[in-house]
Design a protein around this ligand. Structure first.
Ligand SMILES: NC(=O)c1ccc[n+]([C@@H]2O[C@H](COP(=O)([O-])OP(=O)(O)OC[C@H]3O[C@@H](n4cnc5c(N)ncnc54)[C@H](OP(=O)(O)O)[C@@H]3O)[C@@H](O)[C@H]2O)c1
Length: 315
């Protein structure tokens, strides 16, 4: 099968599209003919030697942790999936999952049935970002209806889903994004928008129950001032999480880091919200698998709206 992989850590140029062996499946796994693989910042961070590089084992490494496609083979013990089922998933993280490929071996506990409302490309971009948004809002953030949520990087992969999930949970949502994204984010349900290029977050908001910090570092630290007493901030970028948590502790505030975890039940919940029209995935672009380099460059630019996805044609 074709896959995009690296033989040494480096920039986007380290990726090359090659013929590799098709993966084999174990008990409780399915082999999926992949149609789309989502691109996330963790992909290029890991390819450059950061991110999840400590967990992926020996090189070569096929990046990608989320996908959507059609079940082609089922392993022993699989009851809920049959050949031909359309599925999506976020698998094996932080170990290597190999989703930038024509076939993916997926544990059934980490996949769900694809909602008809989403294309393969949209579903291929939902798993990692959708579960991050869900776990940040609900598992870490303990969000309650009626609370005020501030989402930093609201137009990004995680952010645009967090905005919709927070609205679906009955929250009031403030988004931070450049002005060019404000109309788009209003359409997704943001009640209020802040232009981070011209407005100071801390002077604009001081009463958030929950901040979802998709930026981290100094931006995350300054966003601690947006919390009301007793509020909490969930910071997404792992590399600066300790600094944000330390700053919060020094200031008597609560900040938490997160490492998104595969969870098939939560994926099914996301699929249900898609079917109910409460959640949609914006495609920033669809590129063929052979253009994974360009996708990494675009993602690393830091201004993607929604999700970038690599598409894999039916052969
Ligand atoms: N710990 C975990 O488990 C976990 C899981 C998922 C993601 N993450 C991390 O979370 C971060 C966000 O991920 P993502 O996939 O959402 O990233 P992304 O899609 O690349 O985010 C792009 C967005 O960031 C916005 N942006 C850039 N600078 C901004 C600023 N200063 N203030 C507000 N918005 C800004 C851009 O909006 P404009 O174009 O309007 O500037 C763009 O829409 C990444 O660092 C990622 O690695 C961590």
């Amino acid at each position: 099968m074709k896959a995009s992989r690296i033989h040494a850590f480096g920039g986007a140029d380290a990726l090359s599209c090659e013929e590799v062996p098709t993966p084999t499946i174990r008990d409780n796994e399915v082999l999926v003919r992949n149609r789309a693989a989502g691109v996330n910042p963790i992909d290029w961070k890991t390819c450059s030697g950061g991110g999840a590089a400590a967990f992926i084992g020996k090189l070569p490494f096929i990046p990608g942790w989320e996908f959507a496609g059609t079940v082609e083979m089922v392993g022993a013990g699989v009851e809920d999936y049959q050949i031909g089922d359309r599925v999506f998933g976020f698998i094996r993280f932080p170990e290597a999952a190999g989703c930038y490929a024509e076939y993916v071996a997926a544990p059934v506990a980490q996949i769900a049935h694809k909602p008809d409302e989403l294309s393969f490309s949209q579903a291929g971009g939902l798993g990692l970002a959708g579960l991050t948004a869900w776990q940040a809002l609900h598992d870490k953030g303990q969000l309650q209806a009626g609370q005020k949520v501030l989402v930093l990087a609201a137009a990004g992969g995680v952010g645009h889903l967090a905005v919709q999930l927070a609205k679906a949970a009955g929250a009031e949502v403030i988004g931070s994004a450049s002005a060019a994204n404000h109309e788009y984010l209003r359409g997704l349900g943001c009640d209020r928008l802040i232009d981070y290029k011209t407005q100071d977050l801390a002077s604009e908001v001081q009463d958030a129950d929950l901040v979802i910090d998709g930026i981290g570092g100094e931006v995350g630290i300054s966003a601690l001032s947006c919390l009301k007493p007793g509020g909490r901030l969930v910071t997404l970028p792992s590399v600066t999480a300790d600094a944000v948590i330390r700053a919060a502790e020094a200031d008597g505030k609560q900040a938490l880091g997160i490492r998104v975890e595969p969870n098939g039940q939560q994926l099914a919940e996301l699929a249900r919200l898609c079917a109910e029209g409460k959640l949609q995935l914006t495609l920033a672009g669809e590129l063929p698998l052979s253009e994974a380099r360009q996708a990494h460059q675009q993602s690393a630019g830091g201004h993607v709206r929604g999700k970038l996805v690599l598409t894999i044609e039916e052969s």
